[in-house]
Design a binder for this molecule. Structure first.
Ligand SMILES: [Zn+2]
Length: 401
């Protein structure tokens, strides 16, 4: 068993579903918080559980560099290392390497790049990216792809798409041959298994079916060219994956274009498999993309913005650093039930931020994550009720302060 996906309700193009993984169930559409280096910055794992996070994302590139895949693997994979019993998805490292710009060189074989930490040279291929992700042991892992830059002309977008397709085949081949090496696979009769059973965090491993493995998702590329997106989708489906991601977005294109590409690509993806848009978006956008039929999304926006004092609320965006909040006794968001809004005033949050206190980052992140998760819960509820028009978050109709 790897994953199972069931669509349980529909409203127009939108679907409410349930994704079953080896580490728990996920209600979709789902927003996945980003825990780049095996931590959602500032938020302990027990609090993530209380917030209702069912799956989080971690970055292969960062973990490969530090602490290294072998360390994580020996600790029982990411679940054991970070003491997170629920589901995890890792990216392939392709997007992070793509973001390095001058520090990378792409060939048919793979990508040579320099570490952003110490400048040391490294190499990722479809095979080594799969090996790293199997060692990290997330429930869902991603094929190694080339994220096409923006803008790119058609010839460049096509060549990049073809490379991603060849890498997708190599990714799948390596995965199929090595998937039983995932740290929590119980058919592994290694020292690791006996170590794992000593750790109460791994108690649930004994309940996993013996043949539990990860799931591999393919990634559709093709730049902003809709015909190439169609071709990429069809040929990626031919290779065959457990789910399909739409990659190469949020790379500098206008937001309207992002939406067009998502909508056009979704048409060509199977309806019985999870559909994942990588690296989006604002609260309005995640609600909108869910309404188009996207099941999974991730973005650093809520956590990164929080650390810069930018908070999403039902009354619009709040920049908590502003002097206007210095003596504001009201809650950050009167319509939010999160522990931050229930307890603290805007004045206090503004003071923490202005004083550069660690707690400012913690509380701001908690609220923003709660807001995103609540937004998605509301969207899912509307879909379950068959309401096509219930997606717009309440803040859309209000002007930004
Ligand atoms: Zn709140």
């Amino acid at each position: 068993m790897s994953i199972e996906f069931h669509v349980e309700g529909r409203a127009g193009s939108a679907r409410a579903g349930r994704l079953l993984t080896s580490h728990g169930e996920i209600d979709t559409p789902v927003f996945m918080p980003v825990g780049t280096v095996a931590t959602v910055k500032g938020v302990p794992q027990d609090v993530l559980e209380e917030l209702g996070v069912q799956i989080l994302l971690s970055n292969t590139y960062h973990l490969y560099l530090r602490p290294g895949v072998e360390t994580v693997r020996q600790m029982g994979g990411l679940h054991g290392f970070m003491a997170w019993p629920r589901a995890i998805l890792t990216d392939s490292g392709g997007f992070q390497v793509f973001s390095l710009n001058e520090l990378r060189k792409v060939s048919e074989e793979g990508v040579t790049f320099r570490s952003h930490l110490d400048g040391s040279p490294h190499f990722f291929s479809p095979e080594s990216a799969m090996q790293a992700q199997i060692g990290l042991g997330a429930d869902i892992i991603m094929a190694f792809d080339e994220c096409t830059e923006y803008p790119a002309d058609r010839a460049r977008a096509k060549a990049s798409m073809e490379l991603t397709l060849r890498w997708a085949e190599r990714s799948k081949k390596f995965f199929e041959e090595h998937k039983s090496a995932v740290p929590w696979n119980r058919s592994q009769s290694s020292v690791l298994s006996s170590q794992q059973t000593k750790n109460p965090r791994f108690a649930r491993n004994d309940k996993l079916p013996v043949d539990s493995t990860q799931s591999l998702f393919g990634i559709v590329q093709g730049g902003m060219d809709l015909a190439l997106r169609k071709e990429s989708a069809e040929r990626t489906i031919e290779i065959g994956f457990h789910g399909y991601a739409i990659g190469g977005l949020s790379v500098g294109e206008p937001r309207e274009r992002t939406r067009e590409v998502i909508e056009a690509t979704l048409e060509h993806l199977p309806t019985d498999k999870p559909r994942y848009v990588m690296g989006v978006g604002t609260p309005e956008e995640i609600a909108e993309y869910a309404s188009l039929g996207v099941d999974m999304m991730d973005c650093v926006l809520p956590t990164r913005a929080a650390r810069h004092g930018l908070l999403f609320t039902s009354e619009g965006k709040v920049s908590i650093k502003q002097a206007r909040y210095a003596q504001d006794a009201g809650p950050l968001d009167p319509n939010c039930g999160c522990r931050v809004c229930q307890r603290y005033s805007r004045a206090y949050l503004r003071h923490l931020y202005a004083s550069n206190e660690v707690l400012a980052q913690v509380l701001n992140t908690l609220h923003n994550l709660s807001f995103y998760l609540d937004t998605m819960r509301r969207v899912r509820h509307s879909i379950s009720l068959g309401e096509e028009s219930g997606f717009s978050p309440s803040f859309r109709s209000r002007p930004e302060p």
